[in-house]
Design a protein around this ligand. Structure first.
Ligand SMILES: C[S@@+](CC[C@H](N)C(=O)[O-])C[C@H]1O[C@@H](n2cnc3c(N)ncnc32)[C@H](O)[C@@H]1O
Length: 300
């Protein structure tokens, strides 16, 4: 696409979807003005960045995820590391959609990081050949500006916002499907923005996720073993789980890929350098990928 076409798309997607947004400061309706800003009826104004995203964070927040980490995550995504998980998510969505048949479907990725998961799921749905549905709109939110910048540079058709999932700048009941992949949750907010019968798909690490790294990083510490039991319990206290499954596979790695995986994961935070080096210098040839995928439908 020409750069003129890309620029048009970057602005148009906000014009088309402005009715979804509410002001993150006062909660009032938003519109778009002549100077490419989202403005609420109380005049709080948020510029659309040239790169095609909007920063709807009320106040500034320090990013935990560095640009380097998010770029490594993108490289790992592009290598197909998450592919079996994302294919399963797409097929669950395709199975579930006839249950609520909206004319157009809004999918929000809460904690989307560098955006590749949402782009891949949207592509799967678009390519499925099935849908008698209308449009699919993808909205990605993340508190990390670096993540949203990478996302908007690569995927022009998605509505990208820097935003806090504890204060989602979307009106009540506007979203049909929420993806929440390896990211924090705010179930009160998820309930509020989900349409009746809308779906929530949450992905949490399983016990063996990146086990080969964990056993070196956390050898003989209380972090060597991990359980997602508490996370699932917390989920089920807010939403009725309708499906829960394990997705587990092995991913072949070279030294280069191992180094990227080490850089992309928060598991490496605070790990002494000699342990990081030990992993990269190791003879590890495969990494275990282990997720629990939990699905709920909003009944309220
Ligand atoms: C492990 S990363 C996962 C990113 C992406 N879903 C993936 O699987 O590649 C966790 C993400 O949650 C985001 N995050 C953490 N707290 C957040 C908050 N309060 N609001 C929005 N995003 C948040 C981080 O910035 C980060 O991008």
């Amino acid at each position: 696409m020409s750069s003129k076409g890309v620029n048009f798309l970057r602005k148009q997607k906000f014009i088309d979807n402005v009715s979804l947004f509410k002001c993150p400061i006062c909660g009032k309706d938003m519109g778009i003005n002549e100077t490419r800003s989202l403005v609420c009826t109380d005049n709080h104004s948020f510029d659309l960045a040239k790169k095609g995203y909007v920063n709807l964070l009320a106040g500034s927040r320090k990013d935990e995820y560095s640009k380097e980490m998010l770029e490594a995550r993108k490289q790992v995504c592009d290598r197909g590391f998450f592919e079996p998980l994302l294919e399963r998510i797409s097929s669950l969505i395709l199975e579930a959609i006839p249950g609520f048949q909206p004319a157009s479907i809004k999918i929000l990725d809460a904690g989307c990081g560098e955006g590749t998961h949402l782009a891949k799921v949207l592509a799967d749905l678009e390519n499925s050949g099935k849908p008698p549905w209308g449009d699919i709109t993808g909205i990605g939110i993340d508190i990390s500006r670096e993540g949203i910048q990478i996302a908007s540079k690569n995927y022009h058709h998605i509505v990208w916002c820097v935003a806090d999932l504890a204060r989602i700048p979307i009106k009540d009941g506007k979203v049909d499907i929420i993806l929440n992949i390896l990211s924090p949750s705010n179930y009160k907010e998820f309930k509020r923005i989900l349409a009746r019968n809308g779906l929530l798909l949450k992905v949490v690490p399983g016990t063996d996720y990146l086990g080969e790294l964990r056993s070196v990083f956390y050898d003989q510490t209380d972090k060597e073993a991990y359980s997602n039991e508490q996370v699932i319990k917390h989920f089920s206290s807010s939403f009725n789980i309708i499906n829960m499954e394990q997705i587990k596979y092995e991913f072949a790695v070279t030294r280069e890929v191992l180094e990227e995986i080490t850089r992309m994961t928060p598991l490496s935070w605070g790990v002494p350098k000699d342990r990081l080096d030990k992993v990269i210098a190791s003879e590890i040839k495969k990494i275990t990928v282990d997720f629990t995928l939990v699905l709920a439908r909003n009944s309220t």
